[in-house]
Design a protein around this ligand. Structure first.
Ligand code: SF4
Length: 399
């Protein structure tokens, strides 16, 4: 996400609020999470800690329209809706002005989203629900360690769609191999069609990645985790894209699909290089300065330590990084090329006050163009559809 400018421009700002608790921790997850039963979460105390942080960082919101608020996690649908509402109200109040298109997203797990909860969240101001469905296959859900089954997933999507939310996203994981075998590209496409048929306005589809510091990472190192071959995953990426596009969901970002006008505004803020204010345990924020530099910070990742420090008014950042204009341009390339619309490199470089075409980048771009992995129209660069899966490597070649 992106954050506010220390120097006060009128560019819109997104706010990310991290809620770290999950009822159980999935074996592939390397987000900032703490396993805790819902009844044992200090809902109010956590909200108070976020509000205390907001009071200290709120200056970043001054004079800038609030574009989006994103409650991510963790499982924010475990958080009592009235506490979500209290935090949201304080952010909006502090911002002073909001964009006409203010978007408020909350991530939810099917096991903690029934119709009453979804409606209470909408009443609290949430207008976009993002559901961690991941699969509609019982075997794959069990393998992924999810605590919902296909029927529970369908019921939660239906609840979200009936809640009055403006938009609903569902997450899908493909490229999964279980003890019963590897998911074929056809199966991945069928699953994508099944999810789209439930009627969400947005689908995020990711290949399963094995992160080192997870249970799956440990099993992979021990050789006991079934893995899908890379070429299989690449074929599934294409099959999923075709299936979702055939259902009217535009492939606007490498991993994201939406009906027209239902793209995630908050995430577009990141991909467009906007600022974001991060609040909560483990949250990351990045605030630009008028000279083209920025500061990125990360909060304490241990929930109890974060809450204690935030409430006591003590520092709770564990990382702080200065980003020079050249580094920021590289990040713009990395994120902007993920979008179907691509990136206006020359405009981005101009805004940051740096040279768009140092000789090495010009040479790399020419080579990528010659091999069909990049197109150029004026200053705008795009990765053609056939090369999309390799966007990160293509972007890195342009650093
Ligand atoms: S529910 Fe989401 S955030 Fe929580 S452990 Fe599973 S993958 Fe991670």
């Amino acid at each position: 996400m992106k954050a506010a400018t220390d120097g006060g421009t009128a560019a819109p700002l997104g706010v990310y609020v991290h809620f770290p608790y999950c009822e159980r921790v999935c074996p592939y997850c390397d987000f900032v999470v703490a396993g805790r039963a819902r009844a044992r979460i200090d809902h109010r105390g956590y909200a108070d800690a976020v509000l205390a942080e907001l009071a200290r960082r709120g200056q970043a919101l001054a004079g800038r329209p609030l574009a989006s608020v994103y409650f991510g996690g963790g499982t924010p649908s475990l958080w009592e809706p009235r506490e979500v509402g209290r935090v949201l109200e304080a952010i909006v109040r502090r911002a002073g002005s909001t964009s006409d298109l203010l978007e408020v997203t909350l991530e939810a797990n099917p096991s903690s989203l029934d119709l009453a909860t979804a409606r209470a969240l909408v009443a609290a101001g949430v207008d976009r629900l993002s559901l961690g469905v991941q699969s509609l296959d019982a075997g794959r859900l069990a393998f992924l360690g999810r605590d919902h089954d296909p029927a529970g997933a369908r019921a939660a999507v239906e609840a979200a769609l009936r809640s009055g939310a403006r938009s609903v996203n569902v997450d899908l994981i493909f490229g999964v191999a279980t003890a019963d075998g590897v998911e074929t590209p056809d199966e991945a496409a069928r699953e994508a069609r099944g999810l789209a048929a439930l009627g969400p306005e947005h689908v995020s589809a990711y290949a399963l990645t094995i992160e080192e510091r997870t249970l799956f990472g440990k099993r992979a190192r021990a050789g006991s985790l079934p893995l899908a071959p890379e070429e299989h995953v690449a074929e599934s990426f294409v099959a999923v894209a075709e299936a979702l596009e055939a259902q009217g969901l535009g492939h606007y970002e490498v991993s994201n699909y939406a009906r027209p006008g239902r793209e995630s505004r908050h995430n577009l803020g990141y991909w467009h290089g906007g600022d974001y204010l991060g609040l909560g345990c483990g949250a990351v924020g990045a605030l630009a300065r008028p000279d083209g530099s920025a500061r990125r910070y990360k909060n304490e990742t241990r929930a109890a330590a974060y809450v204690r420090a935030a409430l006591a008014g003590e520092p709770h950042e564990t990382e702080s990084e200065e980003l020079g204009p050249e580094t920021r341009l590289r990040e713009r390339i990395l994120l902007g090329l993920r979008l179907e619309e691509g990136l206006d490199l020359e405009a981005a470089a101009h805004a940051l006050g740096v040279e768009p075409w140092p000789p090495a980048r010009r040479r790399a771009a020419a080579e990528l163009e010659a091999t069909g992995r990049l197109t150029r129209e004026g200053g705008r660069l795009r990765v053609p559809r056939a090369a999309r899966l390799y966007t990160d490597g293509i972007a890195a070649a342009l650093f």
